[in-house]
Design a protein around this ligand. Sequence first.
Ligand code: NSS
Length: 430
Amino acid sequence: MQRVDISHVAEHVGEEVELRGWVYNKRSSGSLIFLIVRDGTGFIQAVAAKGEIPDEDFEACDGLTQESSLVVRGTIKADKRAPGGYEVAVTGVRPLHIAEEYPISLKKHGTDFLMDWRHLWLRTPRQAAILRIRHEIIGAIRDFLDEQEFILVDAPILTPSACEGTTTLFSTDYFDSTAYLSQSGQLYMEAAAMALGKVYCFGPTFRAEKSKTRRHLTEFWMVEPEMAWVDLDGNLKLQEDMVSYVIQRVLEERKSELATVERDTGRLRNIKPPFPRISYDEAVEILNKNGVEFEWGNDFGGGDETVLAEQFDSPVFVHRYPTAIKAFYMKPDPQRPEVCLSADLLAPEGYGEIIGGGQRIDDPELLRLRIREHDLPEEAYAWYMDLRKFGSVPHSGFGLGIERAVAWICGLDHIRETIPFPRLLNRIYP
Ligand code: NSS
């Protein structure tokens, strides 16, 4: 008998097939048992009728509990009333494992409770849909960059130096010395861009964030393109093209998942390049006009980003932040060195910064000065300095936080549902 995935039952109407999966739900009305079976590819109702299947199979069916694993044989029928449009008329059932009492019932639970059972919570339709959308987003980013002839270069996770400031470093013993978990692959991508031109890394990054917010994880995934011979403008162009491509692809390929997470897709549909660009100075004016007390020279908080993003329908770039509040590698604007050639991309609907990036310092003397000003150990950055000693060129890049993008595209309240096993200030289990 042919074994099929639930996602392919439409091709087998009228045939007797075998499905393998888990019991999502069970109801019975005496002589009929209705099972909702899920197999990872979909959900389908399977109906077992007493007298029409062997008694022992009917009894086995009766003994199934929520999340028991099983093999079901039956005939696929098209049925307009059935969710998904198809149903199985059961001809046989073989339980594989009878599940213990399942902690997650189909009623509503609090998020903290569900997070303790995250390893099982992933089985529910909403969580599975989020993971599928995450998969599509990652696939779309990779396809977009590969199509533009970027080369994927893997950055190390254990590093001797900080990229994004020393306050959020996770350190670990490294034999007789100390290593840090990577906050960003950027510095290594700068080396790779000088070797290969256009490159990107995609991997996990770590920050000991003490902030307990809806937007911060301590372990998150980042895609980081880096390009030789590209300035701030070219960098922003790539970002708006990439983000627009990703949105349109998810809208096209993941309609049912977006419906499962109840995403209102109206505002996503209009996202097309170019995105509006405002300077940090203009952003401060907007904040002040909207009654937010904000002084030039500070960094934006989550609330400030929301006010700024609310002024626009699409994501908005904020460029030329004060040099003093940005990372050591940001190139000062030659016209006005107190601001730098950096830009963040703020997502609409209160999702805040999803991309940070900019043009890098290419002058060796200035870079050395900045490393000193930021009190960074020069020895650890000697290799990075070399990139400016041997054929320095203008270059730029950015980092897109995958989880922030997933939260926005799925319309989620909190970043913790965007990653299979979130790592937060107060959570490292499961
Ligand atoms: O600190 S960033 O703004 N920039 C960098 O790390 C650069 N080194 C990237 C580069 O130019 N190659 O972080 C980039 C993005 C940011 O916009 C967020 O989307 C995400 O990384 N990010 C985070 N996501 C989740 N949790 C935390 N804690 C977090 N921190 C940054």
